[in-house]
Design a binder for this molecule. Structure first.
Ligand code: NAP
Length: 334
């Protein structure tokens, strides 16, 4: 049996990477108890960094990228899964330390594999992917922190991105008044899209980051889901209402965070971190169930583009250049 994979090769650490679609014998796949016939993967920002050969994520080449995969179990060496089971994998070390999902066949540890919720096909699983999983974890963090519909507006930053667009859908569906921060505020097409996803209104990135450097500013948001870090996160903290919760899940703006203790000691704001990669596997099925139940299929389709393996390198470049909105699914058999 052979697999079609997107392979990244690099001759030495200083050389640029070569990326090509290749055919491999199954015997060349890495060790792992579960062999999966992969039909779909997706591209996340981290994948674009890997495909560009940026240091720090991949330890060894050749390498198959893809932090997400969905498909059907072909074989399993332990009792956890049976052939034909519909599954997905996100995070763990998929696509980083271990070969990833941009392939028609993968072999992974069974501890990483999650049964897909009933009725969730592989394309939908990957339209959600790590981005959707992270959005759901972020919403869960707000709920856990006591943010309720009616408490006041909740802010989502990077609202046209993968995590942001799904977070807007989830929060709106849960009854929150959502303010969507986007670099494209005022663009009629973006305003229409974000309104359709459930945003009550859009705000500019500067509306959020403008308060960075101030200990406290006018208290606006009962909750925040932030994909940006940097001045965006600092500005959001300074504008969060007393008792509010800020879920920090990304670094689209910056990894640095310059803030003061004032939001925490004067307003009792909670800053909570979101990590989708090492989220305990035993807790994942319930997260996927909530996500599956809460995201409208038509809205998800509106923010999803589907491409073939051969189109991935160009799409990754676009993603790094910030030219992509929403989610990109890869049909690995196309
Ligand atoms: N913690 C985790 O486990 C986890 C999981 C998934 C992703 N992430 C991280 O979360 C972030 C978002 O992921 P994603 O998949 O949604 O990425 P994405 O699809 O590339 O979306 C990121 C969005 O952020 C906004 N943005 C870009 N540059 C910005 C800047 N300088 N300042 C403020 N906003 C900016 C853009 O939206 P607008 O144009 O609408 O502003 C962009 O679409 C990334 O940093 C990613 O690495 C973390």
């Amino acid at each position: 049996m052979s697999a079609t994979v997107l392979m990244i090769r690099r001759d030495d650490a200083d050389a640029p990477v070569d990326v090509a679609v290749e055919t491999l014998e199954d015997s060349a796949l890495p060790d792992g108890a579960v062999t999966i016939d992969v039909t779909h993967s997706s591209i996340n920002y981290k994948d674009a960094l890997v495909l560009a050969g940026r240091p720090g994520l991949v330890r060894e080449h050749p390498h198959v990228p893809g932090i997400d995969l969905a498909g059907t179990v072909r074989a399993c060496d332990d009792a956890k899964f049976a052939p034909g089971d519909e599954v997905l994998v996100t995070g763990c070390w998929l696509g980083e330390r271990h070969w990833g999902g941009m392939t028609t066949r993968a072999r992974v540890p069974s501890a990483w594999v999650v049964a897909r919720p009933s009725g969730m096909d592989a394309h939908r699983a990957m339209a959600l992917g790590t981005a959707g999983f992270t959005a759901q974890l972020s919403v869960d963090a707000l709920v856990h922190g006591g943010v309720r519909p009616g408490d006041g507006p909740v802010l989502v930053t990077g609202a046209t991105g993968g995590v942001g667009s799904i977070a807007v859908m989830l929060l709106s569906r849960a009854g929150h008044e959502v303010e969507a921060a986007t670099g494209s505020s005022g663009d009629p097409e973006v305003e229409t899209l974000l309104t359709a996803l459930g945003a009550a209104r859009t705000v500019t990135r500067e509306d959020v980051s403008g308060a960075a450097g101030r200990a406290l500013a006018t208290a606006r948001w009962a909750g925040v889901i932030d994909v940006a870090g940097g001045a965006t996160l600092a500005g959001a903290l300074a504008q969060t209402r007393p008792g509010g919760v800020v879920a920090a899940c990304g670094l689209a703006d910056d990894t640095a965070l310059a803030t003061t203790v004032m939001p925490f000691i004067i307003r009792g704001v909670t800053l909570t971190g979101i990590d989708s990669v090492l989220h305990p596997v035993e807790l994942r099925p319930a997260v996927w169930e909530r996500l599956h139940g809460a995201v409208d299929a038509d809205l998800l389709a509106r923010v999803t583009t589907t491409i073939a393996l051969a189109e991935v390198p160009a799409r990754a470049t676009q993603l790094l250049e910030r030219g992509v909105r929403g989610r990109t699914v890869i049909d690995t058999n196309a």
